[in-house]
Ligand binder design. Structure first.
Ligand code: NAP
Ligand code: GFB
Length: 318
């Protein structure tokens, strides 16, 4: 990217958006003007409100993060909402980007949308090879459609619309609302409240056995910027930590306990769902481009995320 750019970030006030904002503000590139949107700027499910945003800012590039996003339990109870809202937002952003001549759009899929029955490790070629896990089929099909839409805009109009596939993301400015949150902000919030009241039992939902790869939002932000500036394929690219960095929910809970200095007992409520047992993704394609990229050590990232919540819990999205 050389001449001046106007980069519109939809979902700019969320976990990933805030991380991208922190990274670009530290870089201060004179040839890039960044606009970070929240839903207050307009409902992206509405075509006209979305068009007005593009007419106001005239973006040359779009990072499309805005979505209805949630953890396992929120997906299980709202599959229709996740399907419809995300389909509407995605169609508006991609079609208006095409209509207004946006040079490049980078959208966001997720490693949880891959087929439930699959070989491991998962790679980018496997997105459509079978039905997703039933717990989040609505979100998964809406996200898979982005890849189909990208291919159609490229084939019919030559648009450079691409996508990234992050593993589970965590970090500062996450969503800590216990109804809708992912596991890491959910456990951080729960243990914070337990420590405040001097509780001695930290209850984690499920068996603790499922395995996850977790990427620190600030690391993902740096990779997102590389994709925006350098990656030239319409095929998606997985942005995940290495396979060997996969941890169990039990190990995660112990890490969060350590970051809080919790001395009590960790228990598992096995009456609650485990969701997908694993969704191990390969980052071999990313490593081909960026063999030396260093991810923040998990314990460091967890400690920073816990410390952020301890300092900001009153203004956090609880
Ligand atoms: P998040 O923290 O929930 O933020 C969602 C963002 O989307 C917020 O800025 C929100 O605005 C905006 N938004 C939601 N509905 C909107 C609407 N109807 N109109 C306009 N804006 C709307 O999400 P995130 O975790 O940063 O996720 C960002 C992207 O990464 C998503 O596409 C998600 O699917 C993907 N992803 C996330 C994870 C993860 O573990 N978090 C993993 C893989 C992929 P308000 O703040 O105003 O509500
Ligand atoms: O982050 P999470 O909700 O979503 O993780 P997924 C769920 C796993 O953490 C399950 C356990 O094994 C839960 O039993 N868990 C333990 C908890 N305690 C908690 C808690 O307090 N809150 C939550 N939420 N889980 C999501 C997809 O799957 O991955 C979404 O459903 C999204 O669509 C996201 O893509 C990245 O990793 O299971």
């Amino acid at each position: 990217m050389s001449e001046n750019k106007v980069i519109l970030v939809t979902g700019g006030t969320g976990l990933v958006g805030k991380a991208i904002q922190q990274v670009v503000e530290a870089e201060k590139r004179p040839d890039e003007k960044w606009i970070f949107l929240s839903s207050k700027d307009g409902d992206l499910c509405d075509y006209n409100e979305t068009k007005q945003i593009f007419e106001k800012h005239h973006p040359t590039h779009v990072i499309h993060l805005a979505a209805m996003v949630g953890g396992l339990f929120h997906n299980m109870s709202h599959n229709l909402d996740f399907l419809r809202k995300n389909m509407h937002m995605n169609d508006n952003i991609l079609h208006i980007s095409f209509e207004t001549g946006v040079v490049k759009v980078v959208s966001c899929l997720s490693t949880c949308i891959f087929p439930d029955k699959t070989d491991y490790p998962i790679n980018e070629t496997m997105v459509h090879n079978g039905p997703p896990h039933p717990s989040n089929f609505g979100y998964s099909y809406a996200k898979r459609l982005i890849d189909i839409q990208n291919k159609a805009y490229h084939q019919q109009h030559g648009c450079m619309f691409t996508s990234v596939i992050p593993c589970n993301v965590f970090g500062p400015h996450d969503n800590y609302n216990l109804e809708s949150s992912h596991v890491i902000p959910g456990l951080i919030r729960k243990l914070h409240d337990i420590m405040k009241t001097g509780g001695e039992t930290f209850t984690v939902m499920g068996t603790g056995k499922p395995l996850r790869q977790f990427i620190y939002s600030l690391d993902l932000a740096k990779l997102f910027l590389w994709v925006l500036r350098e990656y030239q394929e319409t095929e998606p690219i997985i942005l995940s930590v290495d396979e060997k960095s996969e941890v169990s929910i039990k190990e995660l809970a112990e890490e969060i306990g350590k970051a809080y200095g919790f001395q009590g007992k960790i228990e598992f409520d096995t009456t609650k769902a485990d969701g997908q047992y694993k969704k191990t993704a390969s980052n071999a394609k990313l490593r081909k481009f960026l063999p030396d990229f260093e991810f923040t050590p998990f314990s460091v990232a967890i400690k920073e995320s816990v410390d952020w919540y301890k300092a900001n819990h009153e203004i956090a999205r609880n």
